[in-house]
Design a protein around this ligand. Structure first.
Ligand code: ATP
Length: 337
């Protein structure tokens, strides 16, 4: 349904995306996952016909976006990161307006508006002014405007950003209910979003696709990993440097701790670390031996199984590791947020 081939976009000297290729099959929900600045919004905007690509092709329902841009737009419902709403209109009035500008024939408008209202569970808010709606309800109106012309493909850019936990669940359920009759491409930087909502995931980093698979298969690829959580005492940078040099160590992350309770327990010089290893390696003995030999305290050591976070970290930090032995924890923070 959505075919993206060798898509690239440059803004002046900045390459936002480079040679991106992926497909979204009819009826599936594909997660487009990447850290901030990875190129998700750029890709979404090109697919929605709002931004020209520098090179590459996009076909939606068989139509080429460059040659048949008007036909392509009819096949797509697009929800940008900030929903394009008119705050002074009522929900119903706004949806009638969008139906008109999206070319829904006058005879069909009432049915299409009613259907979008029911599917997005907005029945109790038809006559509410959009400005007065909560963020979660506004997001539903944003999704309703995207599906009003019943497009086969829906593109949602970070649809749950800024919502509270209850609203997130509601919007995710809404998205899941749209799958099957629609093909959905959903961009996000939140890992749990893809495992809960999507059947397949494309991981993008620094403008390039680094993996495409189902969340389960991505995890299975590294499930043979034996990662370790450690509680160590000593100069943390020295510990990290020491461990980073063990063959088979992919990355070392500092796990944030509750400082207050640590102070109460008089354990302020201790640090929790997560050591991620290459698939098929077992580093437990090397880690413990090396730490003890160098006089660091090893207070706890626990083997942990791989998670989708580990896959994401491995894929999005591998490039950095080649350049430097120091690990950045910014991506980890985003994932944990
Ligand atoms: N209009 C622009 N002009 C110049 N550079 C841009 C422009 N828009 C995006 N970029 C750059 O292109 C890269 C990809 O940005 P993009 O917004 O597509 O990423 P993203 O994955 O959507 O990130 P975020 O989640 O933070 O929105 C970034 O380096 C960004 O700074």
């Amino acid at each position: 349904m959505i075919e993206v081939e060798n898509l690239s976009k440059r803004y002046g000297y900045t390459t936002a995306i480079s040679d991106i290729t992926f497909n979204v099959e009819r009826g599936e929900i594909l997660g487009f996952l990447g850290p901030n600045g990875a190129g998700k919004t750029t890709t979404m905007r090109i697919l929605a016909g709002y931004l020209p690509a520098t090179s590459g092709t996009v076909r939606i329902a068989g139509y080429n976006i460059q040659k048949d841009s008007l036909l392509v737009r009819r096949q797509i419902g697009y929800l940008p990161e900030t929903p394009p709403l008119y705050p002074e209109m009522t929900v119903e009035g706004f949806l009638y307006f969008v139906a008109r500008i999206k070319g829904v024939s006058p005879g069909d408008r009432a049915d299409k508006v009613k259907s979008a209202i029911i599917r997005c569970n907005l029945q109790d808010n038809c006559y509410t002014i959009i400005r007065k709606l909560s963020k979660g309800y506004r997001q539903r109106v944003g999704i309703a405007q995207a599906i009003i012309h019943d497009p086969p493909a829906i593109i949602l850019d970070e649809p749950t950003v800024g919502l509270d936990p209850r609203q997130i669940i509601e919007v995710r359920n809404l998205i899941r209910n749209l799958a099957g009759s629609h093909t959905i491409l959903l961009s996000t930087h939140i890992l749990s979003e893809v495992s809960m909502t999507c059947s397949r995931v494309v991981i993008i980093n620094r403008g390039k696709v680094v993996a495409t698979n189902s969340p389960e298969k991505l995890m299975a690829d590294i499930v043979s990993n034996y990662n370790y959580k450690l509680e160590v005492s000593g100069e943390v940078n020295l510990v990290r440097e020491l461990l980073q040099n063990i063959p088979g160590v992919v990355s070392i992350e500092v796990i944030p701790t509750n400082e207050k309770s640590d102070q109460n327990n008089n354990r302020t010089n201790r640090t929790n670390l997560l050591v991620i290893s290459k698939p098929g390696t077992e580093l437990g003995e090397s880690i413990s031996t090396l730490l003890i030999q160098h006089g660091f305290g090893l207070h706890q050591m626990q083997r942990v199984s791989a998670t989708l976070e580990d896959v994401f970290l491995q894929l999005t930090t591998a490039e950095k590791n080649l350049q430097s032995n120091t690990m950045t924890s910014t991506i980890h923070k985003e994932i944990l947020a």
